[in-house]
Design a protein around this ligand. Sequence first.
Ligand code: KIV
Length: 273
Amino acid sequence: MSVHQSSNIKRVTTHILQEMKMRGEKISMLTAYDYSMAGIIDAAGIDIILVGDSASNVMAGHETTLPITLDQMIYHATSVVRAVKRAFVVVDIPFGSYQGNSSEALRSAIRIMKESGAHAIKVEGGAEIKESVIRILSAGVPVMGHLGLTPQSIYKFGTYTVRAKEEAEAKKLLEDAKLLEECGCFAIVLEKIPASLAKKVAETVQIPVIGIGAGGYVDGQVLVIHDMLGITQEFKPRFLRQYADLQSIMTKAVQDYIKDVKDREFPTESESY
Ligand code: KIV
């Protein structure tokens, strides 16, 4: 007896993402961390859902992405995967679970894939994490790279300003992108770098390049869902386009509810048994 579910929905795969780059169709990507949000984004037609370690900020209220644990990432990823029917689901390997030790990197990647059912993992960095990337790829796990402003290294950078404006850093970034492609990564995220450099990377490598604050000449775009929906309001970098003001809408709804409860307007007879 087959255990495969029959469905008319064609799932996004690494192969499809590669074809999209080749024919010049832009790739859409957003973060999600829970079942309800992932279901909405997936049904709306997003290509890639990233279970980002930005969950550390927007879900847990930490200042950086460093505190989130592997267990917590797996919890978020599992909730997202349960909701998704079409999108390709990528999960961030959190800080401290893959750098400097390729055996641990492989163990972390396998736990994410096995326990969450996600389709790929994302790592931050280039040459310095090469061994870990190769080891993970050797187990058949698709890997997405992440270069430029890599938030797990925020204490090394000191600020969240634009990266790779200087020639030496730009040269290293391009070399790292080529290295990630050679290793076998299926895509790369470029965060907060000059648009001209991002364009050069996207033209140099054959794999899809997804930008966040990296201009319009790349193969796709990613944003953090809480930022683009206006749930968070304090984070307003130049690259962020806010598509809704959910904070205002939610605040008004909650205030209306409080008023109705206090005024005995809710529930009515028709809302009672
Ligand atoms: O964690 C995250 O949300 C990310 C995106 C900003 C690319 O890595």
